[in-house]
Ligand binder design. Structure first.
Ligand SMILES: Cc1cc2nc3c(=O)[nH]c(=O)nc-3n(C[C@H](O)[C@H](O)[C@H](O)COP(=O)(O)OP(=O)(O)OC[C@H]3O[C@@H](n4cnc5c(N)ncnc54)[C@H](O)[C@@H]3O)c2cc1C
Ligand code: FES
Length: 413
């Protein structure tokens, strides 16, 4: 854990490293007058929104913003992608798991913090990147019926969700939703359909080996146990208790609770050609963007590079080739990292294939979605080759899965 302090207008170096401190979480926060043990919620002031929120002790500043209904910029919520960087103007803070990987030295030097990881020690003031429209702020928690599940590949399902007809749900191409699990945990999945698709939403879900939600979903599909209709009582906005039914029961009744739309990864209007780079089910948010551009006849040149392991993983190959034949997609390049010798296309990692084939990256608006390692490589290597506009969506582990991994690693070391 590292403690930092910043005073308005005066950035300071980490202050607490040399202090004698109790272990993580043991240092008392501010206390209520007259109370010996009840910690006060600290205040988070978002200077450029002129909003003041309360932060539950131990919660990240991003969680506090969500609880207040603000969809502030973020993506992975695991400290890896850097999307939630904000300028700290005043206050004391710490990172319970050490300096996050997604925070560069340069950002630290400029007084930036990652809202998904940072915890407040005192009242704190930040300046955030502003959402572009009121739509970004309307995050809804809704019941969603699993209307249809269809295998797209050996480990990918197309899941069609139906939202209550009485609820409007607007999202921007590229955003994602969270499936709520018992105990306040959640799993993120990008919406693959175009924004006009609601109340039906398409997800493309890959089975994560040993994954709590995806393994249960695949098991329920192969056992054919989903038998759901949307109960009348569940047709409006949900309470948090409603999300707390067991996962098994939720899947048997084909009724999930979702929260969304979330995320700052989305289509941006511009005249520049688009370069779409996806890894595995990272195709899902790119699909939403492509479908949006095609349906709206926006006539933007789009080139797609899609990286998978082997040919059997290219679950949308025929459809994407169809887009090229119709002229909707300028180019589609499948890239296989474990290709058979006979594979005639690009071999290796998807970002390397882009670097081999495109010399003038500065001409493109880049949209990249997929595993964290791919996103890190795209950000680093495309920027070094002149790319100016890189929008990215990092498919990180859910925070509780990360926590489990950290604990397992700590107990074996
Ligand atoms: C913004 C965002 C959007 C996403 N969109 C999609 C999407 O459209 N489609 C999709 O398939 N996935 C997507 N993901 C990833 C997805 O959220 C995880 O794969 C999912 O949370 C796994 O849940 P689980 O309960 O099955 O696994 P967990 O119980 O969370 O994890 C258990 C184990 O599964 C493995 N695992 C979990 N997540 C990953 C991962 N991301 N990569 C590799 N191994 C993993 C690890 O071994 C982990 O220890 C997205 C993630 C983010 C952050
Ligand atoms: S680093 Fe905070 S959301 Fe990714």
């Amino acid at each position: 854990m590292e403690t930092h302090r910043r005073v308005a207008g005066k950035p300071q170096e980490p202050a607490g490293l040399s202090e004698a401190r109790p272990p993580d979480g043991a240092r008392p926060g501010p206390r209520a007058a007259g109370s010996r043990c009840k910690p006060l919620w600290v205040k988070l002031r978002i200077a450029n929104l002129d909003r003041e929120l309360e932060v539950l002790p131990g919660r990240s500043l991003l969680e506090a913003a969500f609880a207040a209904g603000l969809n502030v910029p973020h993506s992975c919520r695991g400290g890896n992608c850097g999307s939630c960087a904000a300028l700290l103007l005043e206050g004391e803070y710490f990172y319970p798991n050490g300096i996050p990987l997604g925070l560069t030295e340069q950002q630290r030097a400029h007084g930036q913090v990652l809202l998904c990881q940072v915890r407040a020690r005192s009242d704190i003031t930040v300046e955030i990147s502003l959402p572009v429209s009121a739509d970004d702020i309307a995050i809804k928690r809704l019941p969603a019926r699993i209307e249809h599940c269809e295998p797209l590949a050996h480990d990918v399902l197309r899941v069609t969700l139906r939202l209550p007809i009485a609820e409007s749900f607007s999202f921007q191409a590229g955003q994602y939703l969270d499936v709520l699990l018992p105990g306040g945990r959640r799993r993120s999945f990008s919406i693959a359909s175009a924004p006009g698709s609601a109340p039906l939403l398409e997800l493309q879900i890959r089975r994560a080996v040993g994954g709590e939600f995806t393994e249960a979903l695949f098991a329920a599909v192969s056992a054919g146990v989903m038998r759901g209709t949307m109960p009348a009582a569940a047709s409006g906005a949900m309470s948090s208790e409603a999300a707390d039914v067991s996962l098994e029961r939720a899947l048997r009744s084909a009724l999930l609770t979702i929260e969304g739309p979330l995320g700052q990864f989305r289509y941006h209007e511009s005249a520049a050609p688009m370069l779409l780079v996806g890894g595995g089910t990272g195709l899902a948010p790119l699909d939403s963007i492509m479908r949006h551009v095609i349906e709206r006849n926006l006539k933007r040149p789009m080139r797609l590079f899609w990286g998978c392991r082997a040919a059997r993983d290219l679950y949308a190959d025929a459809r994407l080739r169809g887009y090229v034949r119709q002229g909707a997609l300028q180019e589609y390049v499948p890239v296989l990292s474990e290709a058979a010798e006979s594979f005639g296309g690009e071999h290796g990692l998807v970002h390397q294939a882009v670097l081999r084939r495109i010399a003038d990256l500065d001409r493109y608006d880049v949209y990249a979605a997929g595993p964290p390692a791919m996103i890190a490589a795209v950000r680093r290597e495309f920027a070094a080759r002149g790319a100016q506009q890189i929008h990215f969506d990092s498919f990180d582990y859910a925070p509780d899965a990360l926590e489990r991994q950290r604990s397992a690693a700590a107990s074996t070391s």
